[in-house]
Write a protein that binds this ligand. Structure first.
Ligand SMILES: Cc1cc2nc3c(=O)[nH]c(=O)nc-3n(C[C@H](O)[C@H](O)[C@H](O)COP(=O)(O)O)c2cc1C
Length: 210
C-alpha cells in the first residue's frame, strides 16, 4: 500500500483567512481528499528573528540562534510535501516568509558546502508547490516570488513542482469570487498528494490573469 503522505501548508501572509490562505486551505483539502495527512502553520504565529550572518552554520550546518525557527524547520524536514502560500508584498514574498527563508541558510550550507543531503522518507521524493496572490494587474512580481522560493526549496532539497499565481486579487475574501483559482488550488493539492502522480521535469506554473 502507498504510504500516507504528510503535507505541510505554510501560510506566509499576516491575514488569516486571507486570499492566499484560502487558496492554501483549498489545496490542503485537495490533498486530504487523496488520503494525505495535512497540517497548516501560520508564520505570523511564530517569532523568527533575522539571520545574523554569524556564519556559525558554515562549520556544522546548523543555526545557533534559538527561537521558533527550529520547530518550524522540524515540521518542514518531517514533511513529504510542502505548500507555501504568500501574498505579494512589494513585488516579493512577505517579511514573515523572508525571515524563515534567510534562516534556512544553514540548510544551504549543509547541502552545498558540506555536501550532506537532506534525507526524506525512503522512496518518497520531497516535493513542494507555491501559491501567490497579488492585488495589482502586474505579473512580473510572480517572477521574484518564484525565484526566491525556488532557491529556498533547493536549499531544503525539495523539488519545486508547481506554482499557482493569481493577480488582481486584493480585498479580503476577493478570492472567493475566483472560481477558477479555487479549482486550480484544489487540483494542485490533489496532484501533489497523489502518490501515483507523475511530475514533469519542469514545474507547472499557472498564472491566472483576470
Ligand atoms: C504591505 C503590502 C504590500 C503589497 N504589495 C503588493 C505588490 O507589490 N503587488 C501587488 O500586486 N499587490 C501588493 N499588495 C496587495 C496584496 O498582495 C493583496 O491584497 C493580496 O490579496 C493579499 O493577500 P492575503 O489576503 O493573502 O493577505 C500589497 C499589500 C500590502 C499590505
Amino acid at each position: 500500500m502507498a504510504p500516507r503522505l504528510k503535507v505541510l501548508g505554510i501560510a506566509a501572509g499576516p491575514r488569516k483567512g486571507g486570499n492566499s490562505d484560502t487558496l492554501l486551505q483549498r489545496a490542503l483539502l485537495g490533498a486530504e481528499s487523496l488520503g494525505a495527512r495535512t497540517e497548516e502553520i501560520y508564520l505570523s504565529d511564530f517569532q523568527v528573528t533575522p539571520c545574523t550572518e554569524c556564519n556559525h552554520c558554515l562549520t556544522g550546518g546548523s543555526c545557533n540562534v534559538i527561537d521558533d525557527f527550529q520547530p518550524i524547520l522540524g515540521k518542514i524536514l518531517n514533511a513529504d510535501r510542502v505548500i507555501f502560500a504568500t501574498p505579494v508584498f512589494f513585488m516579493t514574498v512577505t517579511a514573515q516568509a523572508k525571515l524563515l527563508i534567510d534562516r534556512c541558510q544553514c540548510l544551504w550550507v549543509r547541502r552545498h558546502r558540506l555536501h550532506r543531503p537532506i534525507i526524506g522518507r525512503p522512496g518518497i521524493e520531497r516535493r513542494a508547490a507555491v501559491i501567490a496572490v497579488g492585488g495589482s494587474r502586474g505579473k512580473k512580481m510572480f517572477d521574484s516570488v518564484r525565484w526566491t522560493l525556488e532557491t529556498w526549496l533547493d536549499a531544503l532539497d525539495m523539488k519545486y513542482t508547481a506554482g499557482l499565481f493569481v493577480n488582481r486579487v486584493d480585498e479580503p475574501g476577493a478570492i472567493l469570487n475566483h472560481r477558477e483559482a479555487l479549482a486550480h488550488a484544489t487540483r494542485l493539492g490533489r496532484h501533489l498528494a497523489d502518490p501515483a502522480s507523475r511530475f514533469p521535469e519542469t514545474p507547472t506554473n499557472i498564472l491566472l490573469d483576470e
